[in-house]
Ligand binder design. Structure first.
Ligand code: ZN
Length: 337
C-alpha cells in the first residue's frame, strides 16, 4: 500500500512496481514469488496506479480522490477477492459483509481458506459493469492458488477476453498449483526476495529485535517475520530452540501452532544436515546448533517430519504430537556417526 505521503511502506516494492507498470501489456497479470515479501501489497498498489487520477501509468500519486478511495478500501472500481480467513489479517475485513451466511454469528463456523466460486462469479459480474470513475475496473485475486478447480474454470473465459477495460491481477506464492490454462493466460510479474539490508532496516523501524536472525529463520521473508512476532516468536526463542530440543525439552514450541512447529523442525533438520556435510546452516546461527549429528539419523528424521507435516493441519492430539516430535528431535540431534 502507498502511505499518505505517497511513499511505499514496503520499500523493496518500488522497483518491481515501476517495472510492472513499464512492461504491462496484458489485461491479466500474475504476480508470483515467495510468500511474505508483499505480493498482495504489490497487487493492490498496481491496481491503485492504474486507477490513479493524478499520474496515469506511473507510480500512484497517493493524493487524488481515486488513491484515497483505494486506501480507504472503498474504490468503486476495485474489487479485492480474498479467502474469508485472510480478510481480517490483510486489513480488508469489511469486504462482502452481506455475504451468504451473513447473519451467522462470527466465530460460529471456521472462515473459509478458499476463494469461493460464487465470489469469483461476482467478481466476473463486477468486471463487466461500467467503470464508475472512468479509469476501468480492477479485480485482485489473492492467493490465486486458493481457487479450486471450479472457481478457476469460472475465471478462465474472463481471463481470455477481459470485458471492456477491466484488468485482472492474480497473485500467488505457488504458481505451480494453478491450472496451466490460468498461468498461460496471464502476463507473469515475478517478485523476488528483498535485499536483506533493506528488509532488516524495515523490520528495525518496526521495533523488531535482531531482525537478521528472524529474516534467516523465515528464509528472507520480512512480512512473515512480523507475523511470527505477532504470534509471540522472537529471535531469542528461535536461537534457544536447537539446544532445548537436544535436551528433549519442547520449550516454547508447545505454544506454537502445529504447522509452525513442524516447519521449524524441518528447518532445524535441514541445517543439521548441512552442518553434518560441512556446509554453513541457513536458518539458524551456527553457534545455536548442537555438534554435527549422524547423517543416517538425520535422514530418518527428515522422513518422519515429512509424514508429520501431512498430519499437522488436522492433528488428533496436538499436545501429544509436539511431545513425540520433541523426542524425535532429541534422538536425531544426539546421534553421533
Ligand atoms: Zn492518485
Amino acid at each position: 500500500m502507498v502511505g499518505a505521503d505517497g511513499l511505499l511502506p514496503l520499500p523493496w516494492l518500488a522497483e518491481p512496481l515501476r517495472q510492472a507498470l513499464a512492461t504491462q501489456r496484458a489485461h491479466a497479470l500474475l504476480i508470483h514469488g515467495p510468500q511474505g515479501v508483499g505480493q498482495f501489497d504489490l497487487a493492490v498498489t498496481l491496481a491503485q496506479a492504474w486507477l490513479c487520477e493524478g499520474t496515469a501509468g506511473r507510480l500512484p500519486c497517493g493524493q487524488c480522490a481515486s488513491c484515497r478511495l483505494v486506501q480507504a478500501r472503498s474504490h468503486p472500481d476495485l474489487l479485492v477477492l480474498l479467502p474469508e480467513a485472510l480478510r481480517e489479517p490483510l486489513g480488508w475485513g469489511s469486504q462482502d459483509e452481506g455475504d451468504a451466511g451473513g447473519d451467522d454469528k462470527p466465530g460460529k463456523r471456521k472462515p473459509s481458506k478458499e476463494v469461493r466460486v460464487d465470489e469469483v462469479r461476482q467478481a466476473i459480474g463486477f468486471a463487466q459493469t461500467t467503470s464508475a470513475r472512468g479509469r476501468g475496473k480492477v479485480v485482485v485475486i489473492h492467493p490465486a492458488e486458493r481457487m479450486n478447480g471450479i472457481s478457476a474454470n469460472a475465471l478462465l473465459k474472463t481471463l481470455e477476453e477481459p470485458p471492456g477495460d477491466a484488468k485482472l491481477l492474480l497473485s500467488s506464492a505457488a504458481p505451480d498449483a494453478l491450472l496451466p490454462t490460468i498461468r498461460s493466460r496471464c502476463q507473469a510479474v515475478s517478485l523476488g526476495l528483498p535485499d536483506a539490508a533493506v528488509a532488516s532496516r524495515w523490520l528495525t523501524e518496526r521495533s523488531v529485535v535482531q531482525p537478521e536472525v528472524l529474516l534467516a529463520a523465515t528464509g528472507g521473508q520480512p512480512q512473515d517475520v512480523l507475523e511470527w512476532i505477532e504470534e509471540g516468536i522472537d529471535a531469542t526463542q528461535w536461537v534457544a530452540l536447537p539446544q532445548q530440543l537436544a535436551r528433549g525439552e519442547a520449550g516454547t514450541l508447545a505454544a506454537w501452532p502445529l504447522p509452525r512447529v513442524v516447519d521449524m523442525l524441518q528447518k532445524l533438520c535441514h541445517d543439521a544436515m548441512r552442518l553434518a556435510a560441512g556446509a554453513a546452516p541457513r536458518y539458524f546461527p551456527a553457534a545455536a546448533l548442537p555438534a554435527a549429528s549422524a547423517p543416517e539419523a538425520l535422514s530418518a528424521w527428515a522422513r518422519e517430519l515429512a509424514r508429520s507435516a501431512r498430519q499437522a493441519e488436522h492433528p488428533w492430539n496436538a499436545g501429544l504430537m509436539v511431545e513425540s516430535l520433541t523426542q524425535q528431535a532429541r534422538h536425531a540431534l544426539n546421534s553421533r556417526g
